[in-house]
Design a binder for this molecule. Structure first.
Ligand code: PLP
Length: 222
């Protein structure tokens, strides 16, 4: 099957999962995760009308997206991978949404850079719900403080919360955690769910699912 078929199938599954949860599928956006894939692989998704994409590395995205952004002016590009402060300038220039704000230093650097560039990107606060050492995201115990810093002090446009559950665990507990924290702060959006668990995430009120493999196929690293 081609990319356009995959995309249609994922969108259909999103619809069914939303129905199942008594939700409207309009409430669930699909971020097509195109990391590792080349422009020729991404293009069919664009030609099928898809406009929201996710990349996890700033440098890789810089090599693929500036030209596509000129061609498809209504693109929305999400950064879904860890961001180092020395890449903040480039990230603010290229991306529309940063989903991985996970520490005060990064939040402050983003606020400063957005002001400098006269932009207000949407951001998500990433929470490491599984408290995994190798994973990005703030700890559960730091979440309230970081959200408050981003919103109230730095005046960042906090759209929602994001998490990546541990691969080996039942993700539902993590989806429920994220929803709980969002509720406590009156935050509306939840970015959670990937190829293997996006339907489950939708049952826990995900408003944004980040799906790579199910759209573009397996990622093969050279
Ligand atoms: C790669 C990636 C995804 C997509 O994963 P798939 O299993 O290929 O759907 C989602 N979110 C993040 C943060 C990723 O890095």
């Amino acid at each position: 099957m081609g990319i356009a078929d995959n995309l249609a199938q994922v969108k259909h599954s999103i619809e069914l999962a939303a129905q199942d949860a008594n939700r409207s599928s309009d409430e669930v956006e699909l971020v097509a995760v195109s990391k590792v894939h080349v422009v020729e692989t991404i293009r069919p998704a664009l030609e099928a009308g898809h406009r929201i994409f996710g990349e996890n590395r700033v440098q890789e995205a810089q090599g693929k997206w500036p030209a596509l952004k000129e061609e498809f002016t209504d693109l929305e590009l999400h950064l879904i991978g860890g961001l180092q402060t020395n890449k903040v300038k480039d990230a603010v220039e290229l991306f529309d949404v940063i989903e991985t704000v996970d520490r005060p230093k990064l939040a402050r650097a983003l606020a400063k850079e957005m002001e400098k560039q006269g932009k207000s990107l949407g951001v998500y606060v990433q929470i490491n719900t599984g408290e995994e050492e190798q994973k990005g995201g703030c700890l559960l115990s730091e979440a309230d403080e970081l959200i408050t810093l981003c919103r109230d002090e730095l005046k960042l446009n906090v759209l929602g919360l994001m998490c990546i559950p541990p691969a080996a665990e039942e993700p539902s507990l993590h989806f429920a955690f994220l929803r709980e924290i969002a509720k406590r702060h009156g935050i509306e959006k939840l970015s959670m769910g990937m190829s293997g668990d996006y339907e489950a995430a939708i049952r826990f009120d995900a408003t944004s699912v980040r799906v790579g493999t199910a759209v573009f196929g397996e990622r093969v690293k050279a």
